[in-house]
Design a protein around this ligand. Structure first.
Ligand code: EPU
Length: 338
């Protein structure tokens, strides 16, 4: 059965900024077969396409004159194990945080540092979500994606996904060409805690425990304290990537700004805390229309109510100009802007 095509569909509850834009058409996709059938669906043959999971990494600036695919493919299961690890699979439409909680409930830790990240399982590989010392790519086994033009299913292993820092094949050459339908994770039986990140280590001290559930709880507590809840205050998490600069550029910057927060990379370059740079330019709490810089984390832009995507982009552009002028550092947006 073909999924129904809904006319003039509001995307307000499908983007975590809560922007009130609509799609000319929308289609809810609940199985891999439905996604594969899109290539032969005459109703949408000539329409522009937009694939949405949880909408937690997009800035929708205007109504979309095409068809929005709302990926709601369900399912969570343990598909196998070998001597070293469990393999667990989830449908692309599963909520990421619920999936992480479910893996812990199965006694299969490994994803706990990524608790409470908004969005769906299918969106997680696109920007290789990461937090508190772990990137999703480290626990990834493979994914299945349907090529929109042909309806053919492809399996992508870790190399084919070309994961980088908040980056993958699906943000580059694969952009707009595939719908991810399911993802498989490899969760090692030899679990070790990843609890070096200062905020998490501090939160753990109080509990005196270092098991996976304690890390999960600590991460949830840290995120709740620092990051706004999108259901209360619309946002898309970090708005900019932490920029990486050469060792030379870093030394020049540090001589002028000894307090700059940075993380040395293995090749000698330095990843700078963009939140610190933005904060130092005095942006915390400032706004353009309803779009504002969060008052507890300068890297997060929020919708205080009634903001438009255009206002968020205007605010982002002003921040980018200031950071460039003051530190000679270019900031790159993390979310996809449409
Ligand atoms: N800082 C400030 N002022 C601010 C914000 C940050 O001075 O307003 C400084 C602080 O010194 C802080 C440092 O910047 O110690 C780093 O801040 P934080 O620990 O909050 O992490 P982040 O680098 O701002 C990154 C990720 C987050 C992830 C956290 C924890 C990116 C773009 N962001 O933020 O990911 O949760 O680390 O691992 O890499 C996301 O991608 O949406 C996201 C929330």
């Amino acid at each position: 059965m073909l999924p129904s095509l809904v006319d003039h569909y509001s995307l307000r509850s499908h983007n975590t900024f809560g922007f009130d834009v609509s799609a000319r058409y929308a289609m809810k996709l609940e199985s891999e077969a439905q996604v594969a059938a899109l290539a032969r669906d005459e109703r949408i043959a000539n329409l522009a396409r937009l694939v949405l999971g949880g909408g937690s990494n997009v800035v929708l600036t205007r109504d979309f004159d095409g068809v929005a695919f709302l990926v709601g493919i369900p399912g969570k299961r343990v598909i196998g194990e070998d001597g070293d690890a469990y393999l667990v699979e989830a449908g692309a439409g599963e909520n990421w945080h619920d999936f992480v909680a479910w893996t812990l409930a199965q006694g299969m830790p490994g994803l706990e540092n990524l608790a409470l990240i908004p969005g769906t399982v299918g969106a997680a590989p696109i920007q290789n979500i990461g937090a508190y010392g772990l990137e999703m790519g480290e626990r990834f086994e493979r994914l299945r994606a349907i090529e929109l033009a042909t309806g053919v299913a492809h399996d992508f292993d870790r190399d084919a996904c070309a994961f980088g820092y908040r980056d993958s094949f699906f943000k580059r050459a694969g952009r707009g060409r595939f719908v991810i339908t399911s993802v498989v994770f490899r969760l090692s039986k030899a679990w070790t805690p990843r609890a070096d990140y200062a905020d998490v280590a501090r939160a753990l001290e109080g509990s005196g425990k270092r098991d996976a559930q304690a890390i999960f709880d600590a991460v949830v507590a840290v995120r709740r304290a620092k990051l706004p809840d999108w259901t209360v205050l619309g946002n898309a998490g970090s708005f900019f990537k932490n920029p990486v600069v050469s060792a030379e550029a870093f030394e020049t910057l540090r001589s002028r700004e000894p307090g700059v927060v940075s993380y040395r990379q293995p090749d000698g370059s330095a990843k700078l805390a963009a939140g610190w740079l933005i904060d130092r330019c005095g942006w915390k709490g400032r706004s353009i229309g309803g779009a504002a810089v969060h008052d507890r984390q300068a890297l997060v832009l929020v919708n205080r109510g009634g903001a438009t995507g255009a206002q968020v982009l205007e605010l982002a552009a002003a921040i980018r100009r200031d950071v460039l002028a003051r530190f000679d550092v270019e900031l790159e947006a993390e979310p996809v802007c449409l």
